[in-house]
Design a protein around this ligand. Structure first.
Ligand SMILES: *Cc1c(COP(=O)(O)O)cnc(C)c1O
Length: 392
């Protein structure tokens, strides 16, 4: 069968059109023009409600949300921020952008933070960003406990984890701040966009001002009047606001989230069960307590050479399935050694070893079962082909 474009997205719900048409007719695209009920304001209220958080601030991207989170924590210049060695390049970039220094922590072959390395490095940092990379959740109980004991603020990069839960709690609500992405390859697609959530009124007041609520525009964030008074004119304006058009695209997708999460999990587990039949493929299990919300699958090639990895990727691609091995290209933005913009970039042997064998395949949540089966068949045939060549 012909496999679909794995970057194809679900259609934006029909309800978005009337609202976008209204915005186009009125030209009311800036979030702070309307006296009340601007689409961005409504999105913030709806998202905070969905997550059970007190406050939400919608911005231009998850990277912007991470940057503003660090700025709103009012860390000193050159503060050290612990991040996983397996994340997207935007994360160390946001740290540097916020005048802080990224400290990289080892990640194990189950894609989760190595807790020994985390505990060893925690005393040297002033903040932590945990990236739930591709939705994989590290041991959040241990991380929270260590951060709380050390008095170090915890930011969750939940860009790709919307809908995941940890012991029943929503990912993104466990730390002081949670940040999410609405970029097209995430669970809710606005092309671009991000949002941060927190229960800390003072912190969100600073973030709102810095996101570009200049003059008294913060008065349109209804719940925060007392927190703001002391912050007026005290913070730079970075102008990272969200447009009403983006909010109009996002809002009608929120009611579809639970269904997308369920479909994504079922699809992932279906493909994982098939792939696990190969002795050369291992799909790491979730940690106890984690209920995933995947729109992709990651697995490790086991007992193979670099040449066999390359053959596997080529054979799968020739049969219509694009596999990325995180560490096997010169430009992958999730391989830490490609973050050459970091001063004194360290070596992380464990993380490197994982990245050289860890494969990434998108599984858009709307794929039907026969397509998922066909994808698994291509991957299984490709790994058989690649490993038989070794025997020959
Ligand atoms: C997508 C992603 C980001 C960046 O999100 P943007 O909205 O594109 O800035 C950051 N971290 C992780 C883990 C991601 O998956």
């Amino acid at each position: 069968m012909t496999l679909p474009d794995m970057h194809s997205a679900e259609a934006i719900p029909q309800e978005a059109r009337a609202e976008i048409d209204r915005l186009l007719s009125s030209g009311d695209l800036f979030r702070y023009t309307a006296a009340s009920d601007a689409p961005v304001t409504l999105l913030e209220a709806e998202f905070a409600d969905l997550m059970g958080s007190k406050f939400a601030l919608a911005v231009s991207s998850c990277s912007a949300a991470l940057f503003l989170s660090l700025k709103a924590l009012a860390l000193p210049r050159d503060a050290r921020v612990l991040i996983p060695g397996f994340t997207f390049a935007a994360v160390p970039s946001a740290v540097l952008h916020a005048d802080c220094l990224p400290v990289l922590c080892e990640v194990g072959d189950n894609y989760r933070i190595d807790m020994d390395d985390f505990a060893a490095k925690l005393p040297s940092v002033q903040a932590v960003i945990v990236s739930h990379m591709r939705g994989h959740t590290s041991d959040m109980d241990a991380i929270k406990e260590l951060c709380d004991a050390a008095g170090v603020p915890l930011i969750e990069d939940a860009a790709h984890s919307l809908g995941t839960t940890w012991n029943g709690a929503k990912i993104g609500t466990l730390g002081r701040i949670g940040c999410f992405s609405f970029q097209s390859y995430k669970m809710i697609n606005a092309g671009e966009g991000g949002i941060m959530i927190t229960d800390d009124a003072d912190l969100v007041a600073r973030a709102i001002i810095m996101s570009g609520a200049y003059e008294h525009n913060w008065k349109k964030h209804p719940v925060l009047q007392t927190a703001f008074a002391t912050h007026q004119n005290q913070w730079p304006l970075y102008n990272l606001r969200m447009s009403n058009l983006s909010a109009a695209v996002i809002r009608p997708q929120l009611p579809h989230l639970a269904r997308r999460v369920e479909d994504g999990r079922r699809n992932h587990d279906f493909v994982a069960d098939l792939l696990d039949q190969s002795a050369h493929i291992h799909v790491p299990a979730p940690l106890a307590g984690e209920v995933r919300a995947p729109d992709s699958i990651q697995f490790n090639l086991v007992d193979v050479t670099d040449a066999q990895v390359a053959t596997f990727v080529e054979t799968a691609a020739a049969n219509g399935v694009k596999v990325q091995v995180f560490g096997a290209s010169t430009d992958n933005a999730r391989a830490f050694w490609n973050w050459q913009f970091i001063p004194d970039l360290p070596e992380l042997p464990k993380t490197r070893q994982m990245l050289m064998r860890a494969c990434d395949v998108r599984l858009p949540v709307h794929l039907p079962t026969d397509t998922l089966k066909a994808i698994a068949d291509v991957l299984l045939a490709a790994v058989a082909d690649a490993t038989e060549q070794r025997a020959a």
